[in-house]
Design a protein around this ligand. Sequence first.
Ligand code: PGA
Length: 245
Amino acid sequence: MPQLIAGNWKMHCLAAEAVALAQGVAAGAQGIEAELLVCPTALHVEAVARALQGTPVAVGGQDCHQAKQGAHTGDIAGPMLRDAGATWVILGHSERRQNHGETDELVREKTLAAVAAGLTPIVCVGENADQRAGGQETEVVGWQLAGSLPKPFAGVVAYEPIWAIGTGKTATEEDVALMHAFIREELVRQFGDDGQTIRILYGGSVKAANAASLLAVPNVGGALVGGASLNAGEFLAIARAAQAG
Ligand code: PGA
């Protein structure tokens, strides 16, 4: 399976900038063997999806509600994202868990809703700095995986250590190798043989300069890229460092 290089644009870009960024990514996508995905704010999913029609670059949302419709002011349902042209959605990102109090249980419900809407979920897990300092990183990630992933699970997992997100600090290749091996074991324990093929992305300060070494670590199935995905050239350089699988 090719590696997946996903850009999480977070709360960046006005509409015209988002469309221009998407066009920049699409313009350089030829010859790249990795799967490419960009995740703009929900408001721009439709315009970005239109700009990317006929290109190999897919579009995703950054969150969706657990209900398919209803009285939920300000929320966005999975079917709405799908209707706007998204085929993927990021769920349980640490910024959602921290800023919006999202629990594993809620992330699991959102994951079910996303799959029901025809979206492929990218479910994020990862420990914070204190948990790592206390040697609890695998325990924390193990609980998150057990609580956040429904059975069966038709999606992708992203390991994003919170202390590496937007900080310029990346996990070492050794940290990544150990954690991804642990996640693989947990996935196999939870899902049997299906757990062998679930892609596990690494996220946290991935950039062109460190992409090749991180993407070469065993059990790394791609990258979830924040800051560096806001520049088409940098994002494409990361994608060129990916493995065709
Ligand atoms: P970063 O963000 O690449 O800016 O560290 C990654 C993420 O939050 O997905």
